[in-house]
Design a protein around this ligand. Structure first.
Ligand SMILES: Cc1cc2nc3c(=O)[nH]c(=O)nc-3n(C[C@H](O)[C@H](O)[C@H](O)COP(=O)(O)OP(=O)(O)OC[C@H]3O[C@@H](n4cnc5c(N)ncnc54)[C@H](O)[C@@H]3O)c2cc1C
Length: 487
């Protein structure tokens, strides 16, 4: 029996386990489905290299899910598996969500607690910003190293110069006060170590920053190769979870359980345990513990991947060194090669008006949920993205890139868009935060599941609004903020 059982040792789980176990009077046990890693040396070299996006092949550190990007268009998304979770495989981009995102979040939660001014102290307490640590709103004392690439690649430099020539402003610091600039081009703040003598950096995810340094604490047990399959209840109180520990069934008992299994698996675990839409659970023969709209709303960042050829090599220090942001769009000149000799520019809709859903199709823990992204379902989303692709085309033309497409947005067909449509890997919102009278809400403003005692969800599942920036900085903030409530 422990005080707190944390399910999932990814981005949010790493923060929570480390922060909660700072109190020696509290016992914390964290279970992680993927590999246990007890030191930085145990991370595979592919994960250590910040220049790679380690999502190819049959990598054992990934969960892979088939998805419907649109009703007609199948796709695939991945998530990190193993200590560090998706934060151990991600692109190192670490930009805070915008102040307006937090204002919208607070409105959904029915509290001011998620306003930018309220969460800023948590952003400050988590970061050690190498470049801007002494500036207002920043810090040098947190566990997460943040730095921008000092010598960007030729491709990133050409992209930045082109954007400036086209009239966009320069953004030296995307995380500057108040709540980040809306528009401009600038270097991406990254969670990486200092450059070595050959200019290479190490990817330093949340496990490095939080979990590994806490592993020697006697009140913290961290267990890999342990899949939580179902939650256990006594009445409407959670009392633990059934797990498969290296394939063997065991029930772990706890005073409270915090789900940090990510937006897909936290939702799937709730549904499998009887917390979800009653009709869906009845179809699958799962007894209902609490009827809740789990999986009824999801949001992601749809991305058009434009392939092109350019004489500059794809040799960045991170997959994305510079980014252009404006309105609800990011344009991303990736510096990793997605195919030999071919570059990719991502054009991403950050605040889509279309939303998707997730549902279980089987009650066993090995059947992946059905994820329907419903991308570009609204005319507004298609038209925003089409205009942004037109601008990306202008940038490519000025860069003398060789690509197939046009800058006249009227000539960009739906077919052209859908052929290049993919996910930014940022699925969120399956267990939305909101008031108890909100028919779409699963957790309250402090991440506690409505109607169940002792159960919280703390990961990207609970974010109730589309985020204007990639989610990683916000997930770590969420976990820092939730720790304060769970202490
Ligand atoms: C390839 C990729 C690139 C990305 N790049 C960026 C980027 O550059 N910048 C950015 O801002 N965002 C990026 N993201 C998104 C960001 O990394 C994630 O949104 C964030 O890490 C999610 O954190 P989380 O805690 O919600 O979940 P995760 O970090 O995914 O953690 C969930 C953990 O729970 C474990 N787990 C799941 N089910 C169970 C179970 N039943 N029992 C036990 N353990 C379980 C998983 O194995 C995993 O370790 C990227 C994501 C991916 C996949």
């Amino acid at each position: 029996m422990v005080d707190t059982l944390i399910i999932g040792g990814g981005s949010a789980g790493s923060v929570l386990a480390a922060r909660l176990s700072e109190d020696p009077g509290r016992t914390v046990r964290l279970v992680e489905a993927g590999s246990p890693r007890r030191s930085a040396a145990e991370f595979p070299p592919e994960l250590a290299d910040s220049a790679a996006l380690p999502v190819g092949g049959e990598a054992p550190w990934l969960w892979r899910y088939p998805v419907a990007l649109t009703p007609e268009l199948p796709g695939q998304i991945v998530r990190g598996r193993g200590i560090g979770g998706s934060g151990a495989v991600n692109g190192c981009y670490f930009i805070r969500a915008a102040a307006r995102d937090f204002a919208a979040w607070s409105r959904e939660a029915g509290t001011r607690a998620w306003d930018f001014e309220e969460v800023l102290p948590f952003f400050r307490s988590l970061e050690n910003d190498e470049d801007y640590g002494d500036y207002p709103g920043h810090s040098r004392t947190g566990p997460v190293p943040v730095r921008r690439i000092a010598r960007p690649s030729r491709l990133a430099q050409e992209f930045a110069t082109t954007c400036l020539d086209l009239g966009f402003g320069e953004v030296p610091d995307w995380n500057s006060m108040p709540g980040g600039p809306d528009t401009g081009v600038g270097p991406v703040p990254c969670t990486i170590g200092a450059a070595d003598s050959s200019g290479r950096h190490r990817r330093l995810g949340p496990a490095h920053s939080y979990l590994l340094p806490a592993l020697s604490r006697p009140n913290l047990i961290v267990q890999g190769d342990t899949l939580a399959t179902r939650l256990r209840f006594a009445g409407d109180r959670v009392v633990g979870a059934d797990c498969l520990i290296e394939g063997k069934p065991e029930t772990i008992h706890a005073d409270r359980v915090v789900l940090c299994a990510g937006a897909i698996e936290s939702a799937a675990l709730l549904l499998r345990s009887g917390i979800g839409p009653a009709d869906q659970l009845a179809e699958l023969g799962i007894p209902v513990i609490v009827a809740a709209p789990v999986g009824r709303w999801t949001v992601d960042h749809p991305e058009i991947g434009i392939e092109y050829r350019h004489p500059a090599p794809a040799v960045g220090a991170v997959p994305l060194e510079y980014v252009l942001g404006f309105d609800d769009i990011e344009i991303r000149p990736y510096t990793v090669a997605f195919a030999p000799g071919v570059h990719r520019m991502g054009v991403t809709l950050m605040r889509p008006t279309s939303s998707g859903r997730l549902r279980l199709t089987g009650s066993d823990p090995f059947t992946p949920p059905l994820i329907e992204q419903n991308y570009l379902a609204t005319a507004a989303d298609r038209s925003r993205l089409r205009a942004a692709v037109g601008l990306a085309g202008k940038i490519l033309d000025v860069m003398s890139a060789d690509w197939s497409g046009g800058t006249d947005e009227g000539a960009i067909s739906d077919h052209w868009l859908y052929e290049r449509l993919g996910s930014s890997q940022h699925l969120a919102g399956t267990c939305r935060m909101g008031r108890s009278d909100d028919p779409r809400a699963v957790v309250d403003e402090r991440c506690r599941v409505h109607g169940v005692d002792g159960l919280s969800v703390v990961d990207l599942s609970v974010v109730p609004v589309p985020l204007s920036r990639g989610p990683h900085a916000t997930v770590l903030l969420l976990a820092e903020r939730a720790t304060a409530d769970l202490r």
